[in-house]
Design a protein around this ligand. Structure first.
Ligand code: GMT
Length: 438
């Protein structure tokens, strides 16, 4: 069985052992019986999957389509796939690039890259056509039981096309599950240019899920959806994020014991990152503090300039895109998320699992996870003054900060991966029964 089928890799069968070498990273990794050897330097083998991977009777072959980037939908889809593989299901990721969180070896995980050939005639290479064709190839050659697509555009319509092709080719009816994540509905999907295709392909999905009650309601408001939309909340692996702070790291960031505030996003307008900087400037006036800015995106240059204009740039650190969020969150006291809209706010949930108190807006589904005055604080969009006051009062009161950190953690536990994966499995098996499951 091969795992990663990315360009530039070689699968070398040696007797019964299959060794896969990937040369697309800094290090050369070799996989041997589920053990990774880092040939570039580390001596000790890293056992990545302690759980036995014996497929259970209900095991399914699941295709997952998502954006492979740092966006919330891609992160969630990847974590879902990894967890399903741990449960013994065979998971096939179909994306144009290896998903950022797909950083482990698991014999049940396969990766299929969507290649989009260019041609001088194409100003816009037809990604959706390439994606649908790759889906057909993977469904037929790996005998998938179902396709689960994350983010409607263009994944739901490409899945519809793939479904029709497979039906015509061999009479199989491959179930398609579409998970709506947020901006595919509230921003991009509503645009007249996309709306007819989005409405059609959502309606043609065998099952539709939304990541919050708010997103479900917004979808019914904006699109003529004829089917039920099930709410399956975002989840977090609490054991991964519940980490002890690394003292040395905290000292580097805040050498004099300053409070640490943090924001993480893709720095798009919808995140209102300027409000993060304004809130921090107000806090900074009252006490020594540091702000960590994780992520990158179009608003970053303007935000760096704003920090300089407000005279707080010395206390603001832009860390760029980071994979080890659990270590960064572990040293943080307050997570700021003043978004214009969040269907759910996965970044806030991860922060809560790491015991950071979330100060956010009450937009979208944020109030479904962040409980006012209990696990964190919420204010109207743009109410910088309220969010600043919440932060200042909290950071001045050490006892209250500790109580709220614990409450944030307890709330995150309700969204633990262990509680949500069985919900997806149940949904899959319902649709799997449309035709015999392997
Ligand atoms: O805006 C982002 O952070 C990216 C975006 C995505 O679709 O990749 O995130 C959306 O999906 C996440 C996972 O379901 C949600 O937790 C985010 O709230 C949602 N973002 C927005 O609604 C703006």
């Amino acid at each position: 069985m091969c795992c990663l089928s990315k360009q530039g890799e070689r699968n070398l069968p040696i007797g019964e052992i299959i060794v896969t070498c990937a040369t697309n990273r800094f290090d050369v990794w070799c996989l041997k019986f589920g053990v990774i050897w880092n040939l570039a330097g580390l001596n000790a083998p890293k056992i990545l999957n302690p759980k036995p991977q014996t497929p259970n009777q209900e095991s399914m072959r699941i295709g997952i389509v998502c954006y492979p980037t740092f966006g919330g939908s891609g992160v969630l889809a990847t974590e879902l796939g990894k967890a399903l593989a741990d449960e013994g299901h065979e998971v096939h990721f179909i994306t144009y690039q290896q998903p950022v969180r797909l950083n482990v070896f698991n014999a049940n995980i396969f990766y299929h890259e969507v290649r989009v050939p260019t041609y001088p005639l194409f100003d816009y290479p037809p990604y959706e056509v390439a994606l649908a064709s790759t889906m057909v190839d993977v469904i037929m050659n790996h005998d998938l039981d179902l396709l689960h697509v994350h983010y409607a555009i263009p994944h739901a319509s490409a899945a519809y096309m793939a479904k029709q092709i497979v039906k015509q080719k061999n009479g199989r009816n491959i179930p398609v599950i579409t998970t709506l994540h947020g901006t595919d509905i509230t921003l991009v999907g509503k645009d007249k240019t996309y709306e007819p295709v989005v409405t059609f392909s959502i309606n043609e999905s065998d099952a539709i899920t939304a990541v919050s009650q708010n997103l479900r309601d917004e979808t019914f408001k904006s699109f003529a959806i004829r089917k039920e939309i099930e709410v399956i909340y975002n989840f977090v692996d609490v054991t991964r994020f519940n980490k002890k702070p690394i003292d040395a790291f905290r000292k580097v960031i805040a050498p004099h014991g300053e409070k640490i505030l943090i924001h993480a996003s893709n720095f798009r307008k919808v995140k209102r990152v300027d409000d993060v900087v304004k809130i921090f400037a107000a806090v900074r006036k009252e006490m020594p503090a540091k702000l960590l800015m994780v992520g990158d995106g179009p608003e970053r240059p303007a935000i760096e300039e704003l920090a300089r204009d407000l005279g707080i740039d010395e206390d603001v650190r832009f860390l760029g895109k980071q994979e080890q969020m659990e270590d960064i969150l572990a040293v943080s006291d307050v997570f700021l998320l003043p978004s214009e809209y969040e269907s759910f706010g996965l970044a806030a949930l991860e922060a809560m699992a790491a015991r950071a108190v979330v100060i956010s807006t009450n937009a979208g589904g944020l109030a479904e996870i962040n409980v006012q005055h209990e696990t964190g604080f919420l204010a109207n969009v743009g109410d910088v003054s309220a969010m600043s006051s919440f932060a200042i009062d909290l950071l001045r009161d050490e006892a209250k900060l500790e109580i709220m950190k614990e409450a944030a953690y307890q709330q995150a536990c309700r969204f633990d991966i262990k509680n949500i994966i069985p919900v997806y499995e149940k949904l899959y098996s319902r649709f799997c029964r449309m035709e015999p499951c392997k």
